[in-house]
Write a protein that binds this ligand. Structure first.
Ligand code: VGL
Ligand code: ZN
Length: 238
C-alpha cells in the first residue's frame, strides 16, 4: 500500500517536472473554432533544403503543418513573390553580399540571395504540402522597390495586401501561424496581426528560423511584447 502511494507520488512529481520543463506551453488545450484560421507562411522551394535561401530543417515543418491543417476549415497560405532584380536581393546592390543590411527609404533592409522570383520553380509552394481545403493564397513582395515579410502590410509600413480586410469579412479572428521563417515572415505577420486586432498564436514546432545577427531571439521578444502567443502544435485540441 505504502509502496504504491510512493510510486504514485513519484509519478506525480515526474509529470510536474515534465510540464515545467516544456519550452512554453498552454495550460489547457487551445480550441480551433469557427473564428480560427491557419496561416501557412512561405513554405516554398527556395526556403527548403536545396533552395537559394534554405532555412535549416525547413522541410521538417511540412508534416507538422499538414497534420495541423486537418483541424482547420479555414486555411490561408502565403507566397513570397519577388520581381527579378528585387530591392531585397543583394545582387541588386553593387558590392553588397547576402545577409548584409542597407538603409532604404522605409528603413533597414536585410539583403538576401535571389529567391522566390515570380513564376520560377523556387517560388512554388512545396509539392509536399497537403492542404486541399486552403481558401486563399496571398502573394507578397511583388513591388520591386518594397519588401514584404508580413502577409498584411509591406515593409513601407502602409501598403496593405488586403489580408486583414479579407479575414474580417470572413469573421476569422483567431490566427494560428506556421511556416518559414520564424524570425522574418512568420514574426512580421504575427506582429501585424496583433496591430490589426487579431489574436495570434505562433506554432513554434511548425516553424523554423533563419537566425541572422540574433534575429530569432529578437523576433520572439518582439512577439511576446505585443501578446503573440507562443505555442506548440500539441497544445492545440484535436
Ligand atoms: C523570408 C527572407 C526574405 C521569409 C522572405 O519567408 O521569412 N525571409 N524573404
Ligand atoms: Zn523574400
Amino acid at each position: 500500500m505504502m509502496d504504491r502511494r510512493k510510486t504514485l507520488a513519484a509519478l506525480g512529481s515526474l509529470a510536474m517536472t515534465a510540464i515545467a520543463s516544456r519550452p512554453v506551453s498552454a495550460a489547457t488545450p487551445i480550441k480551433v473554432d469557427d473564428a480560427s484560421a491557419l496561416l501557412v507562411i512561405d513554405v516554398q522551394n527556395c526556403f527548403l533544403p536545396g533552395g537559394s535561401l534554405a532555412v535549416k530543417d525547413g522541410d521538417q515543418v511540412i508534416p507538422v503543418i499538414n497534420r495541423l491543417a486537418r483541424g482547420f476549415a479555414n486555411v490561408v497560405m502565403t507566397q513570397d513573390w519577388h520581381t527579378p532584380g528585387h530591392v531585397s536581393f543583394a545582387s541588386s546592390h553593387a558590392g553588397k553580399k547576402p545577409f548584409e543590411t542597407i538603409d532604404l527609404a522605409y528603413g533597414k533592409q536585410v539583403l538576401w540571395p535571389d529567391h522566390c522570383v515570380q513564376g520560377t520553380d523556387g517560388a512554388s509552394l512545396s509539392k509536399d504540402l497537403s492542404i486541399p481545403q486552403a481558401e486563399l493564397i496571398v502573394r507578397k513582395g511583388y513591388h520591386k522597390d518594397v519588401d514584404s515579410y508580413s502577409a498584411f502590410t509591406e515593409a513601407d509600413g502602409k501598403t496593405t495586401t488586403g489580408l486583414a480586410a479579407w479575414l474580417k469579412a470572413r469573421k476569422l479572428q483567431r490566427l494560428f501561424i506556421a511556416g518559414l521563417a520564424t524570425d522574418f515572415c512568420v514574426a512580421w505577420t504575427a506582429l501585424d496581426a496583433r496591430k490589426a486586432g487579431f489574436d495570434a498564436f505562433v506554432v513554434e514546432d511548425a516553424c523554423r528560423g533563419i537566425d541572422t545577427h540574433g534575429s530569432l531571439a529578437k523576433a520572439w521578444a518582439d512577439m511576446e511584447k505585443v501578446g503573440v502567443k507562443r505555442i506548440q502544435s500539441s497544445d492545440i485540441a484535436v
